[in-house]
Design a protein around this ligand. Structure first.
Ligand code: ZN
Length: 69
């Protein structure tokens, strides 16, 4: 059985995994999209599970740009 993640725990997890991403919204559960902000200033809604499970270090826009190399 999975431990339910609190908002504080989620913020800490994101800080460890994706330091460039700041959590702006209020954590509801892993599947409910909330607002996040990338280091580039872009704000977007994404489900916490997508942040924690992906290797994305930033928003999709920044990821697309980094694919050029
Ligand atoms: Zn970005």
């Amino acid at each position: 059985m999975g431990k339910k993640l609190s908002l504080d725990e989620y913020v800490l997890r994101v800080r460890e995994i994706n330091p460039a991403i700041k959590v702006l919204g209020t954590y509801v559960n892993s599947a409910t999209k909330i607002l996040h902000r990338c280091h580039c200033g872009r704000e977007w809604n994404v489900a916490p599970s997508s942040i924690l499970c992906s290797n994305a270090k930033s928003c999709r826009k920044c990821n697309d740009l980094s694919h050029d190399e």
